[in-house]
Design a protein around this ligand. Structure first.
Ligand code: NDP
Length: 308
């Protein structure tokens, strides 16, 4: 069976940064890319808030750059999905694509989180063409235009408020007659003049043409449907961390995110480290994920050294 010193699961900014650091520390890391090579950034358009790219960069291009950098430094980046993992004893036992078996001394989990979508065909069609699940990433492209945000939680309110500072009009589409967000967030929304909250509204269809989103068809509480002209349509109905593999093995919080020792990447299992959105329900930014990938590689390096 193949023996690996440092095994990394996930190929977003957290995984690749961990691979870069682990490779430079001569840990010969092996990284499996998973279901969505490159992670969530490959579903966005341009990234303008990652330092070092003065002109901005396409999400896919940045992830290709990180991948090439990790490979150049000696990381072994592989296509494949980890289908099973046994963290009950060391070395940890990993199964890839249901058939390949690997033993690893240390594991870095960087499997990320996935934004929830409504599940409409039209929403899928315009993803990256006006449909986005990240206002911080994409809001800037809709300056002085009209946009909508779906959701009634803290994220939706935060994103609506952020977008209101850039856009002309923000519609907040809320399916219930109330917001679930904290009182403070609600007040911010209600006190922002260019946010219009549409309570008891559901999205029927995202409208668009070959250039992208042009509007949304909504249904109100009385069952009436009508269209709103828009340039951007933002989902803020929650994320789910990709932690199904680790349920019952690593300590997870009530939302399923991996719990780490504060200020570190150490999980509840010695030798297993977590980085990026899979352990971060709050910030969800590429730069934060990259930073936490660095932390995980340093923690893994120090832990492996302490085992000798
Ligand atoms: P939440 O789960 O809190 O809220 C999701 C929202 O989306 C709810 O209003 C929900 O509606 C709505 N929703 C879910 N599915 C659909 C659907 N199919 N159609 C329409 N609406 C839908 O997620 P958040 O991302 O907002 O927050 C996650 C956690 O992070 C929370 O604990 C939150 O407090 C925290 N957070 C804190 C922040 C802060 O303190 N600054 C900022 C951001 C997040 P319904 O209410 O009807 O279920």
């Amino acid at each position: 069976m193949e023996q690996v010193k440092c095994f990394i699961i996930g190929s977003g900014p957290a995984g690749f940064t961990a691979a870069i650091y682990a490779a430079r520390a001569a840990l010969n890391p092996v990284l499996y890319e998973g279901i969505e090579p490159g992670g969530q950034l490959t579903t966005t358009t341009d990234i303008e808030n990652f330092p070092g790219y003065p002109e901005g960069v396409r999400g896919t291009e940045m992830m290709n750059d990180m991948r090439s950098q990790a490979t150049r430094l000696g990381a072994d980046i592989r296509t494949g999905i980890v289908t099973d993992i046994d963290l009950s004893k060391r070395p940890f036992h990993i199964t890839v694509d249901g058939e390949k078996h690997i033993e690893a001394e240390a594991v870095i989990v960087a499997t990320g989180a996935s934004a929830k979508y409504l599940g409409l065909q039209s929403e899928k069609r315009f993803r990256g063409m006006g449909v986005s699940a990240c206002a911080t990433c994409d809001g800037f492209f809709y300056r002085k235009q009209d946009v909508a945000v779906v959701g009634g939680g803290d994220t939706a309110c935060e994103e609506a408020t952020y977008l209101a500072s850039l856009c002309r009009q923000v519609y907040l589409i809320v399916r219930k007659p109330f917001l679930r967000a904290s009182k403070a967030m609600q007040e911010r929304v209600f006190n922002t003049p260019n946010i219009k909250v549409l309570f008891e509204h559901n999205t029927v269809e995202v409208l668009g043409d070959e250039d992208g989103v042009t509007g949304v068809r909504v249904r109100n509480g009385a069952g009436e449907e009508y269209d709103i002209d828009l340039a951007g349509f933002f989902l803020a109905i929650g994320h789910h961390p990709n932690t199904e593999l680790f349920a019952g093995q690593l300590k997870l919080d009530e939302q399923g995110y991996i719990v780490v020792e504060p200020g570190t990447s150490r999980t509840s299992v010695e030798g297993v480290f977590a980085a990026g959105d899979v352990r971060d329900p709050h910030y969800r930014q590429a730069i934060v994920a990259a930073g936490s990938g660095c932390i995980a590689a340093l923690d893994a390096e120090r832990w492996l050294a302490s085992q000798k």
